[in-house]
Design a protein around this ligand. Structure first.
Ligand code: DC
Length: 231
């Protein structure tokens, strides 16, 4: 007991939490933070956005138009979500903006969310490779998927800052982009993710909320590690 207290106070030692839930809008910095925390603690990481992207991608591949009315795609999206396998998360084309928009649209369908819930909870409870614990990042991890997570983080930044980050990232990858269009897409996706009835993007009441408008990745990690250490 005494040893644990002493070790907890020591700068280099920090007990790995069992489950860390990270939520927030696109390009707020949660993906980078999740990776850095996973490395730091030796925990396994699940980017839950990839599940929704994989379903969206498959719906697009089936030549089903994903418009604004879910009734045209909800049945096929549900079937795809029910049959999703880990290999579907490895395919090319999941990181495109087209896949992101499709993911955001199919994620409004409650049956799709229900079909993906067990996979996420199973990962959280039984992380692969005997990881020391699991980190899941997404939109509803602290509120719905893992409401009992030891640590809940909500990472956010202004829409303009996030759109600039995304624009720079596209330029860096050599993808042609227009800033105004990136901003518009970001606003549309935020609105859909926040306003949907099924598991909307909202901070869990007991989450630590981090504004990354003026924080780089190193600083964000340091602030969160400090929070975890003192929790
Ligand atoms: O995190 P991301 O940008 O890859 O997510 C793509 C979309 O998937 C996002 O706009 C909404 C949806 N999503 C969700 O509804 N719930 C999650 N836990 C993760 C993502």
């Amino acid at each position: 007991m005494v040893l644990v207290v002493v070790l907890k106070k020591c700068d280099n030692f920090m007990m790995a939490p069992k489950i860390i839930a990270i939520d927030g809008p696109a390009a707020a910095g949660k993906g980078t933070l999740a990776k850095r925390l996973a490395e730091h603690f030796g925990m396994e990481l699940l980017d839950t956005g990839l599940l929704y992207r994989a379903v969206g991608r498959k719906v697009l591949d089936a030549f089903v138009e994903i418009g604004d009315d879910p009734k045209f795609f909800s049945v096929i999206a549900e079937k795809i979500a029910q049959n999703l396998i880990p290999a579907d998360l490895e395919v090319d084309g999941l990181r495109t903006d087209q896949a992101a928009q499709a993911a955001s649209k199919i994620s409004t369908v409650p049956e799709v969310r229900a079909a993906l819930l067990d996979f996420q909870r199973d990962f959280a409870m039984n992380p692969p490779n005997r990881g020391k614990g699991a980190i899941l990042d997404g939109r509803d991890i602290g509120t719905v998927v893992c409401p009992d997570a030891d640590i809940k983080l909500f990472i956010f930044a202004s829409t303009e800052v996030r759109a600039k980050r995304r624009y720079k990232e596209l330029q860096y990858r050599g993808v042609e982009a227009i800033y105004a269009r990136v901003l518009e897409d970001m606003e549309k996706r935020d609105a859909r993710d926040i306003e949907r009835d099924a598991s909307p993007l909202i901070p869990a009441k007991d989450s630590f909320q981090l504004d990354t408008n003026n924080l780089d990745a190193d600083r964000a990690l340091a602030v969160v590690l400090d929070y975890i250490q003192n929790k």
